[in-house]
Design a protein around this ligand. Structure first.
Ligand code: 8X3
Length: 261
């Protein structure tokens, strides 16, 4: 709790899933003595979340913003217009991201290609570039990037999603190397199957297809990944948990899953 006290933490994609769980986990680990900037496209969901967080953690300082990281042109002004109390970001959690479809190359919708790269890659890069000067100015802080098993072990039907997560990995590596003479930490967390809205989004609302992804397995939940993010951020400053690959016990690769059916 001491190491997190009074830090300012920006989480994208905070309205659901891993992002939302990470907001709760940071609040919990710091006894609410933290500043959270939570962004997502859905302001109604964020407002609900803000209400609940403040009820549970009255000391929490909270700033919610409807930000769509795929709208790159909105990112610099979002950062430069942060209220004074929230402007000095310590931790950026680049969580916003999505998969759309599982079609083979040749049949992928151009708009899905565009949206995945725009959000998972260009949004993440643009926001990181906007926040980095703040971290550099004080020579401290953390950038947490949500990668995926998909970035390490690409699978058929993941032509675009896997490529975006490989790009996240490559970008994280470059950043860690470029920041070698600073105290800034680059932390990448690569989850396997986590049951969130991820598959419902991927299959565009087809709940049966989404449920089939996890059928006969006990997938991770958002909280499992949130715990790891908060653990990594709350290590001693000289300790960098550079990369973690996180599976449920019945998963061993992107495609190797034991299903108890
Ligand atoms: C989510 C995991 O395997 O569906 O990043 O790509 S997977």
């Amino acid at each position: 709790a001491q190491r997190l006290a009074n830090k300012t933490i920006l989480i994208t994609g905070a309205s659901a899933g891993i992002g939302k769980a990470t907001a709760y986990e940071f609040a919990d680990a710091s006894n609410g003595e933290i500043k959270l900037i939570l962004t997502a496209r859905r302001l109604d969901k964020l407002s609900e979340l803000a209400h609940d967080l403040l009820a549970k953690y009255p000391k929490l300082q909270l700033h919610v913003v409807d930000l769509d990281v795929s709208k790159l042109e909105t990112i610099p002004s979002f950062i430069s217009n942060l209220p004074k109390d929230f402007a000095d970001i310590d931790v950026l959690v680049n969580n916003a991201g999505l998969a759309l479809g599982k079609d083979p190359v040749g049949q992928i919708l151009p708009e899905d290609i565009q949206q995945m790269f725009q959000t998972n890659v260009l949004g993440l890069i643009t926001l990181t570039q906007a926040v980095l000067p703040i971290l550099k100015a004080k020579n401290s802080g953390d950038i947490v990037n949500l990668g995926s098993i998909a970035g390490r072990d690409p699978y058929p039907g993941g032509g675009i999603y896997c490529s975006t997560k490989a790009a996240v990995k490559s970008f994280s590596h470059v950043l860690r190397k470029e920041l070698i003479n600073t105290k800034i930490r680059v932390i990448e967390v690569d989850p396997g199957n986590v049951e969130t809205d991820f598959s419902i989004t991927r299959f565009k609302g087809d709940v049966t297809k989404a449920k089939d992804v996890y059928k006969g397995t006990e997938p991770l939940i958002g909280e499992d990944i949130a715990e790891i993010i908060v653990f990594a951020v709350s290590r001693r400053q000289n300790t960098v948990i550079a990369e973690t690959l996180v599976f449920a016990t019945n998963q061993a690769s992107a495609t190797h899953l034991y299903r108890n059916e």
